[in-house]
Write a new protein. Sequence first.
Length: 702
Amino acid sequence: MAKILKDGEVNELKLNVDIYNIISNYVSLKKSGSRYIGLCPFHKEKTPSFTVDTKTQLYHCFGCGAGGDVISFIMNIENLSFIDAVEFLAKKVGYNLKFLESNKEIEEDSRKKLFELNELAKKYFNYILFNSKNGIKALNYLKGRKISEDTLKIFEVGYSIDSWDNFTNFAKKRNYDESTIVSVGLGIEKQATTQVRKVYDRFRGRIMFPIKDLIGRTIGFGGRILPSNVNNINNINKINNNFSSISENNNNKKNNAAEIKKPQVKVPISLQKIKTTNIGENIAKYINTPETKLYSKSKNIYGLFEAKSYIVKEDYVLIVEGYMDLIALYDNGIKNVVASLGTALTSDHVKLISRFTKNIVLVFDGDEAGINASIKGIDRLREYNENLDLFHENNIRIKVCTLDKNFDPADFIIAKGKEAFLEKVNNSIDIIDYTLNLILSKYNLNDITDKLRASDELLKFISTLSSSIIQEECIKKIAPKLKLKESMLIEELLRIQIKRKDNKDNSGLYQNENKFSDDYSKFLSKNINPQKKLEIEALSLVINGADYPEFGILNLPLEYFKFNDTSKLFYLLKEKIFNQINLNKNINFPIIISSDDFVDEDVRKLYNYIYFSDKNYSNYKESCREIILNFKKLALSEKIEKIKIFISDAEQKLKEKKEKILSSNEDKEKLNNDINYLENQIDNYYKELINLEKEKFQLENF
Ligand SMILES: [Zn+2]
């Protein structure tokens, strides 16, 4: 179908095209300094902000943020796909494009192969669970958790044998090579002691949950460790003989397994029989397929294929955290449910889900909420709260459903049944109300210091909500609870918002960055988030060569870049520059990134914004030094803020214990121990806090 260009053809074509000649067919351009300007063809304007730069062969509009190279210009103005735009340009300048007919087929073939291998693995794991001796334990465990066989079959649950290479060897016998096994995520490549590369099974001794795409193809797996998994691996070799016609070379297999093990450590006799998974690594309760050509955790969500028709029917979706929760709910007749697999809801997830419903209910375990709101609970909420604007824009409603203390969704539905669960769902509350209540519940509102802390935290949260109507609603709700005047809270809220704009508040808490907004003009305003401003400044210095050759900025940790677009651009620049160095090539500044390097439209916009902005550095080296210092200060402030939260949390607990010791007849000795422990902990936090403050002071006065 689609044709594939030979390597380098796009660059070859670009050498034959001048961006000025092409664009001037559409826009009347005037020379301005070293560039050309004109009225933007992509948005209405009276004064020209559309700029063309012949040196880099890029264009950029300061008004609407449109920009890119000559190909993206043609794509946008003629509404063409990439390949069609390339052909269009080639025709225009009389360039003869060379195509590779078979390339696409090769690519499609390799994807097909990956799907096939996943399909094979799914069937293999499923077979083991239901038909082999090795699967009995797992099957008994699942039945012990009251999951019916029917449901297990609908989700095609399976079991992976507790062995280093059982699946890998099986797949190899079926003519899948090691690189395919690794690239689909079922195998892991490891350097063995013999200097030979070895591939071993990623999933060992786990209940296997196939993750499917919207049309039901298996794109990856989730694996849950079997709690009672303390068998040995002696009888695993028999399995393959029973699964269709495959037979294994047992001796060979054992040797492989032995070689892959980490250098032997003295293990007490009593532990020696414990399964291989224990050797040399921490066992995670859940593991998933890593990012592959087929699977991405930020794009795919577990259970949607099975649930989609029920989601449409009920017009809402429940989101739980784990596959066991999902399967238990499904088994008990609640089928409009998906699992996020431990990641926050991304914009891609929301896009995917919103094709079926606009109503989302997050189901929280009882211990994630409740009176003693944990930091973890707040953290999980923050991830959603940060995207509230996105959800709001798309008319998506998010509610939170909390279960009773110490119950996860699976326990709950099994113990109390469908009706009780649906009642909880009916009582779920809007995520904003929920967050407000959660914050309030952390504090003792009769205590004046606590009350101030509570209002501070609440207002910080409210200040991140972009709609002033919602902000006002929130204030109305919290004022009576805090016994404070609404007008006073509003005043305080304004103060926080102004302070934030003034570049003072960089706690990292509740930073609101609408990652999905197309409105790029905010980039041009001065109200851009101070953290982001700093990151953009840093990227600008890198792009313009100020950071060269010290690479002080380029060597900062990636975590310092907190936004989706800035961190991606930082990564891209790093890769580009270090690649050149590795190839012993000269680096030319400013770093030119063409449209084919970008996978992400937001990153391209950010780059263009930086590239086309004026640079006024009086001293390059000094600017770099300052930026690096600011990054470090911000990182320290963030740490300090976190410690402060830990302290207030521990102090709250301490207070409760002390009250208990006076009033209740609980075990006094245990309470005293707890108090000692907490006091110690608080002491240590304070020590750390002092150290951090010292460090910050030194940085500031350096
Ligand atoms: Zn424009």
